[in-house]
Design a protein around this ligand. Sequence first.
Ligand code: NDP
Length: 278
Amino acid sequence: MDSIVKPKENKKVTYYRMVYQPFFLTLKINRMDNIKGKVVVITGASSGLGEATARYLSELGAIVVLGARRIERLDALAEELSKNGSKAVAVETDVTDYEQVKRLVDTAINEYGHIDVMINNAGLMPQSLLEQLRIDDWDQMIDVNIKGVLYGIAAALPYMKAQRGGHIINVSSVAGHRVGPGSSVYSATKYAVRVISEGLRQEVKPYHIRTTVISPGAVSTELPNSITDPATAQSMHEFYKKNAIPADSFARAVVYAMNQPENVDINEILFRPTVQHL
Ligand code: NDP
């Protein structure tokens, strides 16, 4: 007589193994279907959201073309990603200069033959009360946060039109949905990004170009360092310390939008840390 007692078959486990597991496995594989091999240009890739996104996209097999002013940081990132087997190239870019943004996008075309995704992410947030008249800060926010996005669109759109496809992802903010004391100009630039994105969405339909605007809440990056008013800087640093979530939250939102089948256009994503009230 066989003395080994066989464990009783757990029907739930067997069913999971036979039905759900292969299904989830397929989902996992499909997860990367629309990311792998895509050529993605990212502005503001030297830190924060842009850097986190470059890392995550590379991990998923995308080719990244990195733009920002701090070229030493970009070079180090591109080298690190390349060592890990990814394709990455760094281009020193100031997004307030159209020719430089064009050179960034042209690098993608020259190196890899096309551009799949343009992520207009570079931005800064030197908030202050209007009465402080920090006009240099206003000018900088308008130049980087609005004109930088427009220049990114201008550089990528002709190629995407010719390709009859592509994806433009612009970065707005929760501040692009609400305004409070000290955030008038920053919010104005981020509202502008949403307005531009919505106009773009309607205009590029004939070319099968997808458009997404992502509006994050507080995410832990170097962004508060751009505040020049000491009192605002201090309260913002405290706010970020209490509320901010890691930058991979944003990278996942990008991947979610990019990874949809080409006939699905995720137009808006708004997310906050769970603890963030405003
Ligand atoms: P960081 O300060 O960490 O990153 C900003 C990036 O923008 C850097 O890579 C910086 O690179 C780049 N940048 C700034 N000015 C220029 C310029 N003139 N030309 C080219 N690149 C420039 O902040 P985040 O990662 O948080 O910011 C990214 C985007 O996310 C911004 O648009 C910001 O408004 C938005 N955002 C961020 C939130 C957050 O809580 N972190 C919330 C909502 C929106 P370099 O200095 O090397 O040029």
